[in-house]
Write a protein that binds this ligand. Structure first.
Ligand code: IPE
Ligand code: IPE
Ligand code: MG
Length: 251
């Protein structure tokens, strides 16, 4: 099995429901190019992309995937023009407001990975409200990476551990991989078995640098606003053909 997913939108075969990944992560990329292809402003692509996230989260819940982590805005995305950044933030606010109203019925719990303290206070309030509602929802957990960077997450974890050492709560030599994982946004969540990047870019762009150690990668050319339930099926089917050895040898 190659590194790249099929370029066709469909792939032969069916998802084996008994071997679903527990955790799928997606880099929601290609919104700008999708809009450009249609002669629309980039912001129209972000709007279409937000709608696709809603559909894919619902589909993951239906399939029985326990965790879906999506990259919505990176620590590097602040480099974009201010009007694009504010449109993205506005769309996120709108999405969260609608999610607050429907998450109990949808059975999708929302969590946020990233430094939300840098966001608009109104958005922070919405996030706090969402976290509160999420604490009593059982269904699929969607983690939205917002002002998230993998290196930033690791630095914050290292600082927090150092602070605990300085406070006498632990010693540097006590640190294990499992313990360090608890200092990250993803504390308590299994690593993603499958990381998907649509839009034709073959890079991680600072996504889940710690958690991806043994993830399977799936890259496809589909732009995020064109991503469908069938694209996700194709990625899962491809993942299910992989031989995951974790450094061991084939049994
Ligand atoms: C992903 O789509 C959304 C964000 C990074 C916020 P892009 O806006 O990066 O779309 P392209 O890559 O320019 O097509
Ligand atoms: C990664 O996409 C970040 C998100 C999808 C939120 P980018 O479009 O920012 O990544 P690069 O710049 O192509 O690496
Ligand atoms: Mg991009």
């Amino acid at each position: 099995m190659g590194l790249f997913g099929s370029k066709k939108s469909h792939q032969a075969g069916q998802v084996d429901m008994s071997r679903l990944p527990r955790h799928i992560a997606i880099i929601m990329d290609g919104n700008g190019r999708w809009a450009k292809q249609r002669g629309l402003p980039r912001t129209a692509g972000h709007k279409a992309g937000a709608e696709v996230f809603r559909r894919i989260a619902t589909y993951c819940r239906k399939l029985g995937v326990e965790y879906l982590t999506v990259y919505a805005f990176s620590t590097e995305n602040w480099k974009r023009p201010a009007d694009e950044v504010s449109t993205i933030m506005g769309l996120l606010g709108q999405y969260i407001r609608e999610a607050v109203a429907s998450m109990e019925q949808e059975q999708i719990r929302l969590k946020f990975f990233g430094d939300v303290s840098a966001l608009d206070p109104e958005l922070q309030q919405l996030i706090a409200k969402t976290n509160e509602i999420s604490s009593h929802i059982q269904g699929c957990q969607a983690n939205i990476c917002l002002n998230y960077g993998g290196r930033d997450e690791l630095i914050r974890g290292a600082r927090a551990f150092a602070a605990d050492c300085a406070a006498g709560k632990c010693r540097p030599e006590d640190l294990t991989e499992a313990m360090f994982g608890n200092y990250l946004y993803s504390a308590g969540i299994p690593d993603p078995e499958l990381i998907i990047r649509p839009s034709g870019e073959i890079r991680l762009s600072n996504f889940l640098l710690w958690q991806c150690a043994y993830s399977e990668f799936y890259f496809c050319d589909t732009l995020w606003p064109d991503f469908t339930e069938q694209t996700l099926d194709a990625a899962i089917i491809d993942y299910q053909k992989r031989d995951r050895r974790f450094g061991g040898i084939k049994k």
